[in-house]
Design a protein around this ligand. Structure first.
Ligand code: AMP
Ligand code: ZN
Length: 459
């Protein structure tokens, strides 16, 4: 079945045509590891997970590369301010390396908690400095970049078109250029590909221009080319990356090889909190850890994301999380009821649902419609093993562990008591069995006996 994606490059939904049918190559802009990733950042990662899982569901092999920005991302997202890594290191009294290690670990822990598939390639900016330096030298040699007293800038006037993704009006921006714009820049839109390090700067490397470090945008251009080739299938990121980071990546790649690096550019919209921006001053910056601390399974948050298209704003509220929790519990319960069901549902009916589900995900990852199909299947009054199997298949895209039963969350201590009770029943020691049942009850769980053995749920 055909797949359609909204392509920011053409501002339209397009039929997806892979470069190589055998492997789809995706580059996803990863985190700048100077602080905790928020649930907003994780929304973008959930969208990227849906994308790769959808391609895999369609039978494609995926090669996804994600960078870890551990140098060069300045506070302004442009060419101004301190390096975010260094600022954070100073604030926390650590080295930039310690900061990067710490937040990278936490980032991957969150991906795991959200059951997000790991990209095949994880590349750190600081591991690829030499490759970046070579490209910058090349850009200077070709006349696409020039030196000033502070940096090496990319000259956007050397391109046939800039910008290509966004609707930035360069002429208007030129006229109203910001007062603090670097006067040595040839064009206000020129951006730094390489930055000269001030004295005592913590992260710097030798270069023809003295001790210096890479700009944020060059990292992604160089690493995507190195790991996926000059042109790959899909480039992803959050919507905020369009006007600066991705625009500049395209500019650099055109300077490097004359090509736009990806055929499809896909961007996830922002998560709002209580209808507004997430911000420290409002005290509403939430992490996956906050979700865990409030007693939710992190996958409740993943399911919560499926209520809206990835290209639409999503408003986070704790009430919304409560509804998503009820939904996840109901879905998992419904699945458990189908596992041993004996109803022989007609294959053609299942095929109909499977087709509807595939149509939804292939229509630019339409998760709300896909979920409505999942619910229709799960809610079938006739209990059937075949339905359970289909739900497991859908979960290859959803990644919400639909087959996780309530017993999965049972503490070790209760599991041990269950084992002892099982042994007592095998020995026909009914008094002991009843005693253990009571002990389990006092600890907040209810044991039931069925022909398949003991089942347990929270009281
Ligand atoms: P940051 O750590 O703020 O640079 O964010 C890393 C990436 O996460 C950004 O480039 C965005 O693409 C994405 N992101 C940040 N905030 C949000 C949000 N509220 N909703 C969705 N994505 C976000
Ligand atoms: Zn990037």
């Amino acid at each position: 079945m055909d797949i359609y994606f909204y392509n920011t490059l053409t501002h339209s939904k397009e039929k997806f045509k892979p470069i190589d049918e055998n492997e789809i190559k995706i580059y996803s802009c990863g985190p700048t590891v100077y602080k905790d990733a928020t649930i907003g950042n994780m929304r973008t990662n959930i969208f990227q997970d849906n994308l790769r899982r959808t391609l895999e569901y369609n039978g494609y092999k995926v090669k996804q590369a994600m960078n870890i920005t551990d140098v060069g991302h300045l506070v302004s997202d442009g060419d101004e301010g301190e390096d975010k890594m260094i600022k954070s290191a100073k604030q926390e009294g650590k080295t930039p390396l310690e900061i990067a290690d710490h937040y990278t670990k936490l980032f991957f822990r969150d991906l795991e908690r959200l059951n997000i598939e790991m990209p095949e390639i994880i590349c750190k900016a600081t591991d690829n400095i030499n490759d970046m330096l070579k490209v910058v030298e090349e850009l200077v040699k070709k006349g696409f970049a020039y030196e000033t007293s502070t940096a090496i800038y990319f000259d956007i006037s050397k391109l046939d078109k800039y910008p290509v993704l966004s609707n930035l009006d360069v002429e208007k921006q030129k006229a109203g250029a910001r007062v603090n714009v670097d006067t040595e820049k040839r064009n206000p839109q020129d951006f730094a590909v390489w930055i000269k390090a001030p004295e005592n700067h913590l992260m710097k490397w030798d270069s023809p221009w003295g001790p210096s470090y890479p700009g944020w945008h060059i990292e992604c251009s160089v690493m995507s080319q190195k790991y996926l080739g000059e042109v790959f299938d899909i480039h992803t990121g959050g919507i905020d990356l369009i006007p600066t980071h991705h625009e500049n990546e395209i500019a650099q790649s055109k300077g490097m090889c004359g090509k736009i690096p990806a055929h499809y550019w896909m961007h996830g919209e922002f998560l709002l909190i209580d209808g507004g921006k997430m911000s420290k001053s409002l005290g509403n910056v939430y992490l996956i850890q906050d979700i865990v601390n409030r007693g939710y399974d992190p996958l409740v948050y993943k399911l919560f994301n499926y209520s809206t298209l990835y290209r639409k704003k999503l408003n986070f509220t704790w009430d919304g999380m409560d509804s998503a929790k009820i939904s996840l519990d109901r879905l998992r319960d419904a699945y458990q009821k189908h596992i041993n069901g004996t109803y022989d549902i007609d294959d053609s009916e299942l095929e109909k649902y499977e087709k509807q589900f595939l149509e939804a995900i292939n229509d630019d990852l339409n998760m709300p419609v896909a979920m409505s199909v999942v619910w229709e299947v799960a809610k079938k009054p006739e209990k059937s093993k075949k339905i359970a199997k289909l739900l497991r298949k859908f979960d290859r895209v959803l990644g919400i562990k639909i087959d996780k039963s309530k017993t999965d969350e049972i503490p070790e201590e209760i599991k041990e008591l269950l084992e002892l009770r099982k042994k007592a029943r095998e020995d026909k020691n009914w008094d002991e069995s009843d005693r253990i049942r009571e002990e389990i009850k006092e600890k907040g769980y209810i044991v039931k006996d069925s022909k398949n053995g003991q089942t347990i749920e929270k009281a």
